[in-house]
Each structure stands twice: as structure tokens, then as C-alpha cells.
Design a protein around this ligand. Structure first.
Ligand SMILES: Cc1cc2nc3c(=O)[nH]c(=O)nc-3n(C[C@H](O)[C@H](O)[C@H](O)COP(=O)(O)OP(=O)(O)OC[C@H]3O[C@@H](n4cnc5c(N)ncnc54)[C@H](O)[C@@H]3O)c2cc1C
Length: 419
């Protein structure tokens, strides 16, 4: 399949950014794409590719020079996530959650915490994860129950459970949010800890079986009187948890938007290639107006999503408040990512619903002729995820409307109703 739908030379990007995109795209084509089938079919966690990302210096992009990074910024994270998720969404998940497990340590950690945990994350040796969600605390993250109690030495004993934790069973370190004070409002009584799987009382209950992104590991974990040294409280100060969480959300949402752009781009390429090759009524599908105009609509949405995402990345890199634009970019890009996959599947017709051709010798479904149509069901399943993570698109719409009313000096709906 032609892999050049989106031109490398983006007018908004700097020469350096375009050069970086070219390099990443070549690496993805040569080393990630050939592995993507195996990762999906064998449900293989792509640690080997994550390690290569580290060796190539890609993980450094989001870290400041003071901790060994290259400080290139979120714009480079945008490029990485879009290019990689085009081929392999599970690898982006391994990357994202390591970055988001590291940012709290980088921004709020002590020099000792930074020295102990970040070098491994930057060079690709260590996988990170973030633990917020619990069975009874999803969108309402502040209703979490996991509790860290100080013992007589000043260390902590943590009890509780977390679910849906990406990289959870593979992680070498995990940034975990829990309550340290239940006598105050949760956003004041929440703290963040660095957890290692070797800590006594840390239990992996198991990984969930997922609809898509099969190389992604998503874990249910329990803490049974888990002993955590006081040195592992991020920033060595209780009550910083909400601040630490809010600090990284804009970056998390912008990278979720970037991954969705990669999925949308793949969907458009599949649709265009199939519409070019497949003939019905003695004509290529692309000659029917619904097909070609649908491809146009997908391209319009992708360009809009990409520009919104780039804007969010620029605002973050400029150190300005990106909460509204990052939420807008995330909602729009992840909505259209799935829409594009859905439309591309329709253009592929029945083949789009198939995983491949059954091969008796291999005992599995294969794509011997490299038909683009057999790839779309995987893209469809993968792109469905992104409107749920990093803040559901419903919760983000709630945040966006609140900003709109505030900017216009009007009461927000909840203020009007005395919520
Ligand atoms: C594959 C995967 C990976 C994940 N990775 C991580 C991770 O690494 N770390 C982590 O901590 N969590 C992770 N999560 C959890 C994710 O952040 C939550 O699933 C998400 O926050 C939603 O919570 P929930 O699933 O409990 O849904 P619920 O909160 O139960 O919501 C269900 C539905 O109701 C809607 N809803 C809820 N409240 C409102 C409201 N006030 N107004 C309107 N609609 C509302 C939601 O939008 C959603 O559509 C992951 C989830 C998945 C599926």
C-alpha cells in the first residue's frame, strides 16, 4: 500500500519537525509495520520496539535537558504518536503511559526520585504506567478509595485496587494516585506515589482481554497492605495528587488526539487504495460519487483534527494554558478517528468485515496479497478506544462548555442550577 498519503512537508511545521517526521516514518515503515501483525495476532507486548524507541532517542523528546532529555516538546510527541499509531497503536500505548508515568516524577519529584526512575524511562529500559481508575472511580476519579496510611516509621501502607491500567502487568514503575487524608475534600487529600512491582503486597490480578489493540496490556491490580517507603511519595509532600494529575492531562489529551490522527490517516489510505482497485458495475469504486466524496469528507476531518492537535501542542510547548484546546483536539480527533475507520470499512464492503483468508497450514487468518481491506477491521477496533481514555469525550465536552460560558462571563450551567 502507498504509505505517503500525508505529505511530509507540513506548512505549519518547522524544517526540523518535518525532518524528524521523515526519520520516524522511515523507521515505522521498516521496523514497526512488519511487526504489527505479529503484535496483534500473538497479543505481544511490544517491549522490543519500545526499547528501540529509546535507542533511537525518541523518548528523550518529551524530557528536559536537565534530566537527560532533548526537550523537543509535545510537538515532537505529536509526530511520534501519529506516525507510530498509523502502524501499531499498542506501541503508542506503551510509549504514552511510560511518558505519563514519568512526567509527575520529572515535574514534582525530588532529585533522588528523578535519578532513580527517569534514566530507564528515557533510554527505553523501563516501562511506566499511571494508576488512577478504580472499579468505582472512572470518570469521577475523585471518588477513589485506595488509601495510603502512614505507619510509625513515616512509610506508607496502601490498600485498594486499580483497574484498566495500561502497561500495568509490564510496568517497572507505576505512578499511583491514592488518598492520604480522608478528612478533607478528595482533591486536597490525594497524593501520588511511585510504586515498583517488587513491593510487598503488590498483586497483579490479571490482564483484561481487549476488543482491539491486542498488544496493549491492560491490568487489574490490588494492593494488600502494600508497603511503600516514604521516599516514594512524589515531591515528598502529601496532598499534591490533584495538582500532579491536572498538570499532565493536557499533554495526555494532545497525544491521544495525535494517535487518533494516525488511525484516521490509515483508514483514508485503506479506503482510497481499495476504491482504486475494486471494480463493480465495470468501474472502479472511486468513480461512484458517494465513495469519492466520502474520501473527501474523511480528508477534511483529518486535516482539521491534525491542525487542532498541532495547535494544542504549540500552546503546551509555549507554556500557556492548553486545557480547552487540548480537550477540543482530543474530542474532535478521536471522534473523527473512529468515524473515518467506520466509513473506510463501509467502502471496503464485506472484505472490510473480514480478518483475512483462513490458512490451514498456519492455522490462522492471513492476508497473502496484502489487501488493504483486511486491515480496516483492526483499525476500526483500535480507533474505537480513544473516545474512552484520557477523559471520556462526554466529560471533555462538559469541560469545554464550562470554559465557553466562563470566557463569556456567563454562569456555567451548574452554577445556574446550583449543582
Ligand atoms: C483500554 C483502556 C486503557 C486505559 N488505561 C488507563 C490507564 O492507564 N490508567 C488509568 O488510570 N485508567 C485507564 N483507563 C480508564 C479510563 O480512563 C476510564 O475507562 C475512563 O475514565 C472512563 O471511566 P469508566 O470506564 O469507569 O466509565 P464511567 O465513568 O462509568 O462512564 C461510563 C459512561 O458514562 C459517561 N459519563 C460518566 N459521567 C458522566 C457525566 N457526568 N456526564 C455525562 N456522561 C458521563 C462516560 O462518558 C461514559 O460514556 C483505561 C481504559 C481503557 C478502556
Amino acid at each position: 500500500m502507498s504509505e505517503n498519503y500525508y505529505p511530509l512537508e507540513n506548512v505549519l511545521s518547522s524544517e526540523e519537525e518535518n525532518k524528524f517526521r521523515k526519520e520516524v516514518r522511515e523507521w515505522v515503515l521498516n521496523e514497526v509495520l512488519p511487526e504489527s501483525d505479529r503484535i496483534e495476532h500473538e497479543k505481544l507486548f511490544p517491549r522490543h520496539l519500545f526499547k528501540k524507541m529509546g535507542e533511537r532517542g525518541y523518548l528523550k523528546a518529551l524530557f528536559p535537558k536537565s534530566v537527560g532529555g532533548t526537550e523537543l516538546g509535545i510537538k515532537y510527541g505529536f509526530i511520534l504518536c501519529e506516525e507510530i499509531s498509523w502502524a501499531c497503536r499498542p506501541l503508542v500505548a506503551a510509549f504514552d503511559c511510560t511518558i505519563f508515568g514519568s512526567i509527575p516524577i520529572m515535574r514534582f519529584g525530588t532529585p533522588e526520585q528523578i535519578k532513580k526512575y527517569l534514566p530507564g524511562a528515557i533510554n527505553g529500559d523501563k516501562i511506566g504506567a499511571i494508576g488512577m481508575t478504580e472499579p468505582n472511580a472512572g470518570s469521577d476519579v475523585f471518588s477513589m478509595k485506595t488509601y495510603a496510611k502512614k505507619d510509625s516509621n513515616g512509610d506508607y501502607i496502601i490498600n485498594g485496587e486499580k483497574r484498566f491500567i495500561t502497561n500495568g502487568s509490564q510496568a517497572d514503575f507505576l505512578t499511583l494516585w491514592c488518598l492520604t487524608d480522608t478528612n478533607v475534600k478528595p482533591h486536597l487529600g490525594m497524593s501520588a506515589f511511585i510504586i515498583e512491582p517488587s513491593f510487598q503486597g503488590f498483586e497483579i490480578v490479571g490482564d483484561f482481554e481487549l476488543m482491539g489493540c491486542h498488544g496493549l496490556k491492560n491490568t487489574y491490580m490490588r494492593f494488600n497492605n502494600m508497603k511503600v517507603p516514604k521516599e516514594n511519595l512524589i515531591g515528598l509532600k502529601e496532598g499534591l495528587g490533584a495538582k500532579i494529575l491536572l498538570d499532565e492531562l493536557d499533554s495526555e489529551r494532545t497525544l491521544a488526539a495525535s494517535s487518533a490522527c494516525g488511525g484516521a490517516r490509515r483508514a483514508i489510505e485503506i479506503a482510497a487504495k481499495h476504491a482504486n482497485e475494486r471494480k463493480q458495475f465495470k468501474k472502479a469504486l472511486k468513480s461512484f460519487e458517494w465513495v469519492s466524496f466520502t474520501i473527501a469528507d474523511m480528508a477534511i476531518r483529518l486535516e482539521a483534527a491534525r491542525n487542532l492537535t498541532y495547535q494544542a501542542a504549540c500552546v503546551i510547548d509555549a507554556g500557556k494554558d492548553a486545557s480547552k484546546i487540548a480537550a477540543i483536539a482530543k474530542v474532535y480527533s478521536t471522534d473523527i478517528g473512529f468515524e473515518c475507520a467506520n466509513l473506510a470499512l463501509q467502502i471496503c464492503g464485506g472484505l472490510g468485515y473480514m480478518k483475512g483468508e483462513y490458512n490451514k497450514d498456519a492455522g490462522s487468518y492471513l492476508n497473502p496479497n496484502g489487501s488493504p481491506a483486511y486491515v480496516i477491521e483492526r483499525v476500526f477496533r483500535a480507533t474505537r478506544l480513544s473516545s474512552i481514555t484520557a477523559g471520556t469525550n462526554q466529560i471533555l465536552r462538559y469541560l469545554i462548555q464550562r470554559e465557553v460560558f466562563k470566557e463569556m462571563n456567563l454562569k456555567t450551567p451548574e452554577e445556574s442550577q446550583n449543582w
